[in-house]
Design a protein around this ligand. Structure first.
Ligand code: SF4
Ligand code: SF4
Length: 215
């Protein structure tokens, strides 16, 4: 899921300066799970903004704010409240914020910062495992991603800073390449250590990304 968190109050108020009425949009998927933009957070945001003299003309929590057409449909259902607002305040990831802005000419203010694609350890505890590089090498690295979990993103680690299996950037972190080596050893295969590592083909991660599933 996309991990996000709310912007600091001061930063948000700065982005909203000069506005008196906002329509608040939340997201029922990732932002809800992160407790950054679900029903509760939309309600609390409404209460907090009122204390700062900004009223909400209305609100909606879209099932998945990143769904462009669904976002457009839900905004149309709240057309009057949207029209009455000076801006739409969106509590969703950057993708969700842009879904909303692609559906309106109104000013759109993002209330969250998007952090990373996260695995869930347990509720409220998220870890980054994949950076969506478009050229996955997990088959060679025993299912451990060095692009993401090595602090330097090395394809040919470990670096000289590794000590007792720990990363030089933070001794609390296990060196990704140490883990890769140990797991490949347990599996009895050389994996990435048995071949020449070609330069990463970053061209496979073209931006902006596009992917159409064939029907
Ligand atoms: S190699 Fe790329 S696609 Fe595979 S897990 Fe790592 S970042 Fe994600
Ligand atoms: S110690 Fe390991 S995880 Fe840390 S930067 Fe070096 S190779 Fe990467």
């Amino acid at each position: 899921m996309i991990i996000s968190r709310q912007k600091e109050r001061e930063e948000l108020l700065q982005a909203l300066s000069g506005m008196q009425r906002v329509f608040i949009v939340g997201c029922g998927a990732c932002a809800t799970a992160c407790k950054a933009g679900g029903e509760d957070e939309v309600f609390r945001m409404q209460e907090n903004l009122a204390k700062d003299g900004i009223d909400a003309t209305g609100s909606v929590v879209i099932d998945e704010a990143c769904h462009i057409m669904r976002a457009g449909r839900d905004l149309r259902h709240h057309r009057q409240a949207v029209d009455e607002a000076d801006a739409l305040l969106v509590l969703a990831c950057g993708s969700g914020i842009q879904s909303i802005s692609s559906n309106t000419d109104k000013r759109v203010v993002g209330g969250l910062d998007s952090l990373f694609l996260g695995n869930v350890r347990r509720f409220g505890q998220y870890e980054e495992k994949c950076s969506l590089c478009g050229d996955c090498i997990l088959n060679e690295t025993a299912g451990i991603c060095p692009v993401t979990t090595c602090a330097k993103g090395l394809l040919n680690g470990p670096c000289g800073g590794m000590e007792n299996g720990r990363c030089e950037t933070d001794p609390d972190i296990v060196c990704a390449w140490h883990e890769i080596y140990e797991r490949l050893k347990r599996q009895g295969r050389p994996g990435v250590f048995g071949r020449t590592v070609a330069p990463k083909n970053w061209g496979r991660r073209g931006k902006p990304g596009r992917h159409n599933v064939e029907r």
